[in-house]
Design a protein around this ligand. Structure first.
Ligand code: ATP
Ligand code: MG
Length: 248
């Protein structure tokens, strides 16, 4: 079995001014080469966990290590190894795609010749070559998602954190994004991702974790979860685990 690349042990997080914890004694481990899915209703704590793993948010108690380095003590060593694609599009709308990517490249300290080559490859790969000199504000939702992904991939991270990469995109963009993620994973990048699309997670993920109200409910391969619970698919297991009450 491949090595553990992300270890999360008993992590707790309560936002300032909030009474209820966003994460409660949360533990998971992710192995090198996995596509690991974090699944759960609105407010379950998925983005909180991803933001903590990305070093964007602090946690209260517990232990986290990524690629053998401890959070938050060794965050500076962890940062070059991880790519982050947040739930909200994080781009400058009045700059072009290329101008945006140059800023990201600069943050990661990629030398300009290398940066140009990687940008060209990724723009091509994600079907944005023709639109690379347009302002981001003129992009469709699917194009914005794709360029956001490229920004997280420019420095060739070992681990990629993706928060709902296929939300509000059409079937064409979604298919391209998922195919490319599979390919990037096959080339050696471990992926942790969140989604509300159970069918997609079932198809894509080596393992998934269900969470609700900051707690881990269960984790395993989609096949084992389905088999062991006698559910026809992940969607019906999701409803069985989390019920039908609406979340805020
Ligand atoms: N900045 C914040 N300040 C206070 N509470 C927050 C903050 N961000 C999130 N929360 C709360 O923390 C909990 C977990 O939120 P989080 O965004 O992690 O959920 P999520 O699983 O990503 O949900 P969604 O599927 O809607 O994206 C929720 O109760 C949310 O209201
Ligand atoms: Mg979220």
């Amino acid at each position: 079995m491949s090595e553990i690349i992300i270890q999360v042990n008993n992590v707790n997080k309560t936002y300032r001014g909030s009474y209820t914890p966003a994460l409660r004694n949360f533990s998971i481990e992710v192995r090198e080469g996995e596509i690991f899915g974090l699944l759960g209703p609105n407010g379950a704590g998925k983005s909180t966990l991803l933001n903590i793993l990305s070093g964007l948010l602090t946690f209260d108690t517990g232990n986290i290590s990524i690629c053998g380095r401890n959070m938050p003590q060794q965050l500076n060593e962890i940062k070059p190894l991880i790519g982050v694609v947040p739930q909200e599009i994080a781009l400058y709308p009045t700059l072009t795609a290329v101008e945006n990517l140059k800023i990201f490249g600069g943050i990661y300290g990629i030398i300009s010749k290398e940066l140009k080559q990687r940008m060209d490859n990724l723009l091509n790969y994600f079907g944005l070559e023709q639109s690379k000199n347009r302002q981001i504000k003129t992009y469709s939702g699917g194009m914005k998602r794709r360029i956001n992904l490229i920004a997280g991939l420019l420095h060739q991270p070992k681990v990629l954190f993706l928060d709902e990469p296929t939300v509000s995109v059409d079937v064409q963009s979604k298919t391209l994004i998922l195919d490319n993620l599979k390919e990037i994973n096959a080339q050696g990048t471990t992926i942790i991702y969140t989604s509300h699309f159970m069918e997609e997670a079932e198809m894509l993920c080596s393992r998934v974790a269900f969470m609700d109200e900051g707690k881990l409910l269960c984790k395993d391969t989609p096949q084992n979860l389905i088999q062991n619970t006698n559910c026809p698919n992940l969607e019906s297991l999701y409803l069985k685990l989390t019920g039908k009450t609406l979340r805020d």
